[in-house]
Design a protein around this ligand. Structure first.
Ligand code: GLA
Length: 371
């Protein structure tokens, strides 16, 4: 019997570059998915094919092998990590399709990892612990894609809830789901640009943060991560850090505070305050963390020209990719039209605009199951 599984992409509303610092994030899963149509095989092979690429790839469960520099590494990585953890998976054919734009910072890779992992565990009759699956997929990304990512993307792909954003404490992995206001639309705008060295830039930022913790720990021995550093601590001890690294820390410390304030604003129904915090997050990512680009800054600027835009900021790792915008529902059409015209006039590129709803995490697609 064929079964079908779907895992969502994500957009992060606020809390950027905080997850690998044990901090707070506030993403939503979006209604764009990677779908895996799966069927058990009688052997120990996972044979994966993707709609965008013609040749199926065979992965031996007993010996998944090293990364091959292909899209299938995401599947290979998940297979390797799950097998190593003793899951004893069954062989399967996996046909993969996706409408999560690739390379746009909407976590198409996490959606693929989580969809493939969930499909293989479910087909093999294993109990599925969604948090353990998220952690396995994060590990796969480290080992097979070479990005030392935090856990946000895989966690929201596993734990997203329709209509809700998720406040996650990435140290304790405690999550709280907060309803999104019904009259507000999440709109994602794609700069259509991506820097080739985005993964290097990401790993460099993470290394900067780790170096900062080592330097600050000389004065603040109780700290384990930038999560433990208050703004007052940073002000008082910032002299041990080179200027560039100090600014990286200032971003992380203030972004954690902004994320908690944004969650409070959502709880209080104070969406205007949420928008102000998004703007401050963007400025901090641009000026202190230095992961924005001219295109991202332009897209934020033109978005803020529209009456009905509540907030706009870059989202995800940066170095290209997308912005996230909160827009009053009645203004969405005008927003999309304005952004297209103005971004094109300023950059010569036509942005893609995705109107998104907050969606559920990975699940078996009931429609297919019933067939
Ligand atoms: C990427 C990573 C996440 C997170 C963001 C930045 O999406 O995969 O873990 O670090 O960048 O917030």
């Amino acid at each position: 019997m064929t079964r079908r599984y779907r895992a969502p992409g994500r957009v992060n509303l606020i809390g950027e570059h905080t997850d690998y610092n044990d901090g707070f994030v506030l993403p939503v899963a979006i209604d764009r998915h990677t779908t895996v149509t799966a069927q058990l095989r009688g052997d120990r092979l996972v044979v994966a094919s993707s709609d965008g690429y013609d040749r199926p790839v065979s992965i031996d469960l007993s010996d998944p092998g090293p990364p091959a520099g292909a899209w299938s590494d995401y599947v290979r990585g998940v297979v390797a990590v799950l097998e190593r953890s003793g899951q004893a998976l069954h062989g399967a054919d996996l046909v993969i399709a996706s409408d999560v734009p690739a390379g746009a910072g909407l976590s198409s890779s996490a959606a693929l990892e989580v969809a493939a992992g969930y499909a293989l565990l479910h087909l093999s009759g294993r109990a599925i612990d969604r948090t353990a699956l998220a952690l396995a997929c994060q590990q796969a990304e480290h080992e097979y894609a070479g990005t030392r990512c935090g856990v946000m993307d895989q966690f929201i792909a596993c734990h997203g809830r329709a209509g809700h954003a998720m406040l996650l404490d990435t140290r304790t992995l405690e999550a709280v789901w907060l309803p999104m206001p019904r009259d507000i639309q999440i709109v994602v705008c794609n700069t259509m640009t991506r820097h080739a060295l985005a993964s290097d830039g990401y790993n460099e930022r993470r290394a900067d943060c780790e170096a900062a913790v080592r330097a600050l720990a000389v004065r603040l021995p109780r700290i384990r991560a930038l999560r433990d550093v208050s703004y007052a601590d940073l002000e008082a001890n910032g002299d041990v850090l080179p200027d560039g690294i100090y600014r990286r820390c200032r971003h992380v410390v203030t972004e954690n505070a902004r994320t908690l304030s944004a969650a409070d604003a959502l709880r209080d129904g104070d969406i205007a305050r949420f928008g102000v915090l998004m703007g401050a997050s963007h400025a901090s990512l641009r000026d202190d963390y230095e992961v924005s680009t001219d295109e991202l800054d332009t897209l934020v600027e033109v978005a803020m020209e529209v009456d009905g835009t509540i907030g706009a900021r870059m989202t995800g790792g940066g170095f290209g990719g997308c912005t996230v915008n909160l827009v009053r529902a009645e203004a969405v059409e005008a927003f999309a039209a304005h952004v297209r015209v103005r971004y094109h006039a300023r950059t010569g590129q036509i942005p893609e605009v995705y109107i998104c709803a907050a969606a559920d995490g990975v699940h078996e697609d009931a429609a297919e199951e019933a067939r």
